[in-house]
Design a protein around this ligand. Structure first.
Ligand SMILES: O=C1O[C@H]([C@@H](O)CO)C(O)=C1O
Length: 576
């Protein structure tokens, strides 16, 4: 008779214990919520010692560095204090799983925030890594709207490598020509190109005469442009987090006398490999480890120089300062030389060394449901210079896609679906016989959870014997980089060499002149996502496409994201 009662009591005790464990673990895993109140406005600032208007966040350029742990929730209330421009901020590398409306892409995920208004960005940073944030409206990134976003591993977890300290390098390029003049010039007929940057900046600072006459470069003065000194202790391992938010420049980064061991690319761990210098293109992020094992009575140059385009800009320099040495003591050797700007073979061999770390997720091996080939060409549209994919140059609509697709407002954008390939006889090695393209806001519709292969096919520009580098960035997803090739991609040949064994996962990958790059991703994040060249003027000239998938599943779009164009009309009488 007692047995069932004992059993019942025992079960109750076990239940209470389970509940306790559950409550405890719930407390342990409860995500931290970080609240940030940000104001974006212009200020006068002299990033390269010459004063210009700069976009700042809470009066700071670059914007504040955000630091959180994987799994944390971030709340940004972003108030637009620009008197006459809209603004948005994109959290580059954060996939926005379940929150596509927080991706911060004007005309795609949300309406630009009007002057005086506040937008609530709320999202989870689900994965550790080195990221950054930046403006994604017009040319605002080039005006200085950016900062670092660093996500540490969740409590109780460890990185797969060891280091004693961290240094942060946020790289950018800087023009004296105002972004408004840049933007107007790019849309003018004929186009006025922005030309090469006046300076390269490390953490927003780029004293311009350092590399010309290094001996005159004072590293200890308090100037807005004085390079930030990076102080280290000898005989330690440091993690350098390097992110490039350049508008145009591809860069080579080196630390004199020190080897770099690459361990992370775009928030994904890679099989470590050692290099003398690191190639980094716009939109890319890396972590490298360095050992401070050199003569501790000296300082060493850290340099970033332009590659990929004919170099007309001085290197950005700063100092790796061994702590017992005066920060102002200049290194007694020259800064590392930037590799030849057009050594594509060396540049490609760098990215080909990137391999996913053991146990990284692998691409579905069975092949893709969808195979999209995107030929990128430089074109003309009514005399304006454009960039196009399969002869279509992207023009963003007045009503952001996420809202218009979610609420079936099909008149909000071009119903024509863009092409999935280009004519077989197109000669990628020469300027197009007919340079004219069309302009469209059409989208690529992807089946939710389908596997998509994209071949990025590079080609000649409108000038003979010229083909340029383009770093392509995907929003909302990472992709596997399956391979690179020269010339035209041939179906059944190029794919024979796809790396399905250990391809790196990332969100930005480069196409080399006259070559192709093959990517695979699983379209599993409902939303509308941009996929575009991260070179700011190129996106402005139409070099991007838009992917839409599973939008009917999207929940919780804040009213402010819909308060423009046709969605505003639809909700005119609705209380948000
Ligand atoms: O889009 C571009 O335009 C110029 C040049 O092709 C025409 O001036 C250039 O270098 C680009 O990258």
């Amino acid at each position: 008779m007692l047995r069932p009662i004992r059993g019942f009591v025992g079960a109750r005790i076990i239940l209470i214990l389970i509940q306790c464990v559950f409550v405890l673990s719930a407390v342990e895993v409860a995500a931290t919520v970080h609240h940030f109140t940000w104001e974006v406005g212009y200020m006068f600032w002299a990033p390269n010692c010459i004063e210009n208007p700069v976009m700042a966040i809470n009066g700071r350029f670059p914007g504040p560095t955000i630091r959180a742990k994987a799994g944390d929730i971030i709340h940004f209330d972003l108030t637009n204090k620009l008197s006459t421009e809209g603004v948005v901020i994109h959290w580059h590398g954060i996939r926005q799983i379940g929150t596509p409306w927080a991706d911060g892409t004007a005309s795609i995920s949300q309406c630009a925030i009007s002057p005086g208004e506040t937008f609530p960005y709320r999202f989870v940073v689900d994965r550790p890594g080195t990221y950054f944030y930046h403006g994604h409206f017009g040319m605002q990134r080039s005006a200085g709207l950016y900062g670092s976003l660093i996500i540490d591993v969740a409590d109780g977890l460890k990185e797969p490598f060891h280091y004693n300290g961290e240094l942060n390098l946020l790289l950018s390029d800087w023009w004296h020509l105002s972004v408004h003049k840049q933007e107007l010039g790019l849309s003018a007929t004929p186009m006025r190109w922005i030309n090469e940057p006046n300076s390269l900046l490390i953490n927003g600072q780029g004293k311009s005469n350092c590399s010309i006459a290094a001996a005159t470069c004072n590293f200890t003065e308090l100037q807005q442009c004085a390079p930030e000194v990076l102080r280290v202790k000898p005989k330690q391992t440091y993690r350098l987090r390097i992110a490039s938010t350049t508008a145009l420049a591809s860069l080579s980064v080196a630390v004199a006398n020190h080897k770099l061991v690459v361990v992370e690319a775009d928030g994904n761990y890679v099989e470590p490999f050692e290099v003398d210098d690191l190639y980094i293109h716009s939109g890319e992020n890396y972590s490298v480890l360095i050992k401070t094992d050199q003569d501790p009575t000296k300082n060493y140059w850290i340099s970033a120089g332009v590659v990929g385009r004919k170099n007309k800009t001085s290197q950005a320099l700063t100092i790796l300062n061994y702590e017992s040495v005066h920060a102002g003591k200049l290194p007694d050797s020259r800064p590392p030389d930037t590799p030849l700007w057009n050594d594509t073979i060396r540049m490609r061999s760098f990215v080909e060394q990137l391999r996913g770390l053991n146990n990284s997720p692998l691409p579905p091996p069975a092949g893709a449901h969808r195979h999209i080939v995107l030929l990128n060409t430089q074109n003309l549209y009514r005399g304006q210079t454009k960039w196009a994919l399969n002869n279509v140059s992207l023009s963003l609509p007045a009503t952001p896609y996420l809202g218009s697709i979610r609420y079936s407002l099909i008149d909000a954008f071009d119903a024509n679906v863009p092409l999935e390939s280009f004519p077989n006889d197109y000669d990628i090695m020469a300027p197009a016989a007919n340079p004219n393209c069309t302009v469209s806001s059409g989208v690529y519709w992807l089946q939710i959870n389908s596997t998509v292969d994209v071949i990025l096919q590079n080609a000649n520009t409108m000038s003979a014997n010229t083909s340029e580098i383009h770093p392509w960035h995907l929003h909302g997803h990472d992709f596997w980089v399956l391979g690179y090739g020269d010339g035209k991609f041939v179906d059944g040949v190029g794919d024979k060499n796809f790396n399905l064994k250990d391809p790196p996962l990332r969100n930005t990958a480069v196409t080399f002149p006259y070559g192709w790059t093959a990517l695979r991703f699983v379209a599993d994040n409902p939303g509308v996502w941009a996929f575009h060249c991260h070179i700011k003027p190129h996106l402005h000239m139409g070099m991007g496409v838009v992917f839409a998938l599973g939008v009917e599943r999207v929940q919780g779009i804040p009213g402010q994201a819909l308060a423009c164009g046709l969605t505003a009309k639809l909700f005119m009488n609705t209380k948000f």
